[in-house]
Design a protein around this ligand. Sequence first.
Ligand code: UDP
Length: 231
Amino acid sequence: MEKLYEGKAKVLFPEGPDTLRVYFKDEATAFNAQKRGLIPGKGVVNNKVSATLFRYLEAHGVRTHFLEELSDREMRVLRVEILPLEVILRFKAAGSFAKRYGVKEGTPLRAPLVEYSLKSDPLGDPLICPEAILALGLAAEEELSQVRTTTLKVGELLRDFFAQRGLDLIDFKLEFGKRQGEILLADEISPDTMRLWDQKTGEPMDKDRFRKDLGGVEEAYQEVLRRVLRE
Ligand code: UDP
């Protein structure tokens, strides 16, 4: 079937007027697509981890675009109009945040911190403040307030979920979409979009292994899936 859109890690296929089929690829990119590679099996892991987390969040009252898993690498989702924002929640300093403020990775934050980036490949996803989001009309005040509240709730739920599986959730990125006036959690939640450190060893178990050439990338993704499914 003809694809609707092909991104860096996923392909979207149209289904009915209301739904899409998402196919998760093994391709990986980092640093605004300057670094490219393949992580064999990643698509399967990200599909299953995302599906499991969407179901868990739905069970706890978070509205998402997820409908059902279709195969190892595919899920069915509701069509939404994606807000052009990357919403980041941080529990501990890492990545661009640690670099920007000159703090050590792993420094705990006094409270969970919500940050926003403008989704734009040519601009390199620049940070954007809530006032600028409103001034540019990227989201309405009520929508932004709902995005923030939902992100904090998702943060608490995911932190508990991973803590029970021996993983420390450091930070993650969410995307939201609009459908019939309602804001839904969309995109994916996977080791591509989260930082997860093993509680015992402190080892990163996420895309940072690829970004930083730490080795054992495939193994880390498989281990996260194993713990998420609790096999
Ligand atoms: N992240 C993401 N997509 C992006 C940028 C970041 O999924 O385009 C995730 C990343 O995996 C991490 C969190 O958001 O879990 C915070 O990332 P950060 O802002 O530190 O950026 P990075 O250092 O990864 O570029």
